[in-house]
Ligand binder design. Structure first.
Ligand code: PGA
Length: 256
């Protein structure tokens, strides 16, 4: 994975037909971009991505994966199945999965381990709620999530992990974290990786920010030290707006 990255998360918002239409507009608009672009789609859109993104600079992934290898787990989709269809990455531990499906750090840890067996990059989402931030708990929450989700992983396996810092209160709310808040969180995440592993691992790991990132505000985050890019929800549903955001980040747009 390159060290400048933008990943879209379309959540449960698109049919396979809508994904095809989206990619018809999106792929030509970003074909000149020379950093890593990815899109995480519903399972039912993966086959469309496999066809449409062949020989392009856009990689695709799922939004979740089973913590189990295979067997009697009705409704689950395994890392092996995702690798087989060409998935290069999956989100794991998105706050919506933690909130609505009670996903625990130990399960997220198992998902990461399954992905590692099939060479799939895990985009590990972590972040605090508003209440936790107000109570001064942000660092404790990030620490616990990192420690438990990365438990038992070796340093070389971090090459297949991306950390997405997504404060829950900024997701889909239009209320972004400030550049200072993001920088503090990213610094803390790197400090924690250094404590768990070492300085080299801390320097090398890719850290993204997610939470109401838009073409209009992405410039204000571009100066953040040690941040490698963004995880984008709502805007990634609109091919024009998402490619505009990607171009602004590449420094190729006049947008102020
Ligand atoms: P948002 O979502 O950009 O709509 O805030 C981000 C995310 O959930 O990953």
């Amino acid at each position: 994975m390159q060290n400048k990255v933008i990943i879209g998360n379309q959540k449960m918002n698109v049919t396979a037909g809508q994904t095809r239409k989206f990619l018809n507009v999106f792929v030509p608009a970003v074909e000149h971009i020379n950093y890593q672009i990815g899109i995480c789609v519903p399972y039912t859109s993966l086959a469309v991505c496999k066809r449409a993104l062949k020989d392009t600079n856009v990689i695709f992934g799922a939004q979740n994966v089973s913590e189990f290898e295979r067997g009697a787990y009705t409704g689950e989709v395994s890392s092996e199945m995702l690798a087989d269809i060409g998935c290069k990455m999956t989100l794991v531990g998105h706050s919506e999965r933690r909130k609505y499906f009670s996903e625990q750090n130990s399960q997220i840890n198992n998902k990461i381990k399954q992905n590692l067996r099939y060479n799939i990059v895990s985009v590990l989402c972590i972040g605090e709620s508003k209440r936790e931030r107000t109570a001064g708990q942000t660092q404790n929450i990030l620490c616990k999530q990192l420690d438990e989700c990365l438990s038992g992983l070796y340093e070389n396996e971090l090459d297949n992990i991306i950390i997405a810092y997504e404060p829950i209160w900024a997701i889909g709310t239009g209320q972004t974290a400030t550049a200072k808040q993001i920088e503090e969180a990213v610094d803390y995440i790197r400090k924690e990786i250094s404590r768990l592993y070492n300085d080299k691992a801390s320097k090398n790991i890719i850290v993204l920010y997610g939470g109401s990132v838009k073409p209009d505000n992405v410039k204000s985050f571009m100066g953040i030290k040690n941040l490698n890019g963004f995880l984008v929800g709502g805007v990634s549903l609109d091919a024009k707006a998402f490619s505009e955001l990607i171009q602004v980040y590449a420094g190729k747009s006049n947008k102020k």
